[in-house]
Write a protein that binds this ligand. Structure first.
Ligand code: DAT
Ligand code: MG
Length: 152
């Protein structure tokens, strides 16, 4: 079993629309483990580093303006296969094409207001966790019901 960690962020639209609890509950109910969580308004520098791969895209400036426009809930979730599984829970980038049952499929309609971010690969996850969190902010702990979610 390979334990993975992924970076998940509820974007400013999700926070403003009161969707924090709804979104958290999907990861919690699935059984993944929350190892870090904080709310912050990202600086432009952080946002530009986070979305660095999109720097040359026409939507980059709007994306950075949006992500820095208000509080974001930044998180790290842990579990076997959590990176891919989170992308499935989140759904496709275009909310109108995202499957019903996914976060974007159920809660959003516009690509520029798609409520949540999730790392797309192990390399991206390591980069994004390091960008948003100090090591000391990542909590090592064992959920009391762990043996009812995963076999030893
Ligand atoms: P994802 O967030 O599903 O990983 P991505 O990495 O391709 O998608 O793009 C990052 C964000 O940029 C995406 O959540 C919304 C925005 N975005 C992507 N493509 C866009 C487009 N064609 N027009 C406007 N915004 C776009
Ligand atoms: Mg992406």
């Amino acid at each position: 079993m390979t334990l993975e960690r992924t970076f998940i962020a509820i974007k400013p639209d999700g926070v403003q629309r009161g969707l924090i609890g709804e979104i958290l509950s999907r990861f919690e109910s699935k059984g993944f483990k929350l190892v870090a969580l904080k709310q912050l308004v990202p600086t432009r520098e952080l946002a530009e580093q986070h979305y660095g791969v999109h720097r040359e895209r026409p939507f980059f400036k709007g994306l950075v303006n949006f992500i820095t426009s208000g509080p974001v809930v930044a998180m790290v979730w842990e579990g076997e296969g959590v990176i891919n599984s989170s992308r499935k829970l989140i759904g496709g980038t275009k909310p109108l094409e995202a499957e019903p049952g996914t976060i974007r499929g159920d809660l959003a309609i516009n690509i520029g207001r798609n409520v949540i971010h999730g790392s797309d690969s192990p390399e991206t996850a390591v980069y994004e966790i390091g960008l948003w969190f100090q090591k000391s902010e990542l909590n090592e702990w064992k959920p009391a019901d762990q043996t009812w979610r995963v076999e030893d």
